[in-house]
Design a protein around this ligand. Sequence first.
Ligand code: NDP
Length: 244
Amino acid sequence: MSTRLDGKVVLVTGASSGIGEAAALALSAEGARVAVGARRTDRLESLADKAPGEVLVLELDVTDQESVRSAVARTVERFGALDVLVNNAGVMLNGPVLGADTSEWTRMVETNLLGSMYTVHAALPHLLESKGTVLQISSTSGRIASANSGVYAATKFGITAFAESLRQEITAQGVRVVVVEPGFVATELMAHVKDPAMREMARKMAASMRTLQPEDIADAIVYAVTQPEHVAVNEILIRPTDQT
Ligand code: NDP
């Protein structure tokens, strides 16, 4: 077993499925002690059973600031530090602007954008202490917006903007900020989309290509957080080869 993260403490948000789950397992396999947060704690318990290393299961709703503060506090209480934050929790509820259910916009902004900001806010004092790393999961939608994904793209553009501002504030203090921008990854992300036309579009898109797997993104995350201290991998854009 490789141990490039031996003794390091990582918090992964949205670890109950998809990219977050794969990242937690990959980081655990590298020797990290991993705190995993999400609302579906049954899924997190199964992850903890599978992981090779020590895992702390945290019930976490990133839209709730108190829940975020408590997750960070419990991580530090249990493991004594926080070295890496993988800010991954997110939802994608795509659809056209006209006639949209704006409660879905609120949910995306509160989860993807505010939720990741709250998590950085709570984790930052500990990351400054450990000279740690903030890794933000953005998206290709954080670089190029397309029809029917305006609000989701706005949240992901926002994550990138926030990350660059944060980087300028803290890089001199030894904290690294990484943005990972995946293209199409086969996960449960589309399962929450209500609009049947959007779901069909995503199904066709998935069928037209060899999609990325969550483990492909986990590999990129492990790469970014295992570099020597003087190397800051600030951005990783990773698409399926077949995705135009
Ligand atoms: P999944 O739906 O499989 O995972 C989303 C995760 O976010 C789940 O663990 C879910 O846990 C968690 N989550 C959602 N809302 C909350 C909340 N309020 N509080 C805490 N956790 C929450 O999708 P992915 O793995 O694909 O998504 C992970 C990230 O990757 C997202 O930020 C997404 O935008 C991004 N991404 C995904 C791409 C893809 O093609 N799949 C492409 C580019 C980026 P629970 O419901 O248990 O709380």
